[in-house]
Design a protein around this ligand. Structure first.
Ligand code: ZN
Length: 81
């Protein structure tokens, strides 16, 4: 019995041009490897994942991903890095 825990992701809400990392067959907008509109999400390890909207929706629908709380931008609290 395989119980896969859903990955809690946080969407940046920022749309940019790029290639989706999931490239779900028949779903992905950048399946052919050509850049398209994608958005960045972060997983629990704070790794960035670039996904297109259809793949993101598919992941959420299948329960692979669940929406975490929105990313809190520390307003004006930019650490010097
Ligand atoms: Zn995709």
């Amino acid at each position: 019995m395989v119980t896969k825990a859903a990955v809690r992701i946080r969407a940046s809400g920022v749309v940019m041009q790029g290639v989706c990392e999931l490239r779900l067959p028949g779903i992905c907008r950048t399946e052919d490897g050509r850049p398209g509109p994608i958005t960045a999400v972060w997983d629990e390890q704070r790794d960035q994942i670039d996904v297109c909207k259809p793949c993101l929706d598919a992941q959420l629908r299948s329960g692979e991903w669940v929406r975490g709380e929105p990313l809190r931008e520390p307003a004006g609290a930019t650490s010097g890095r």
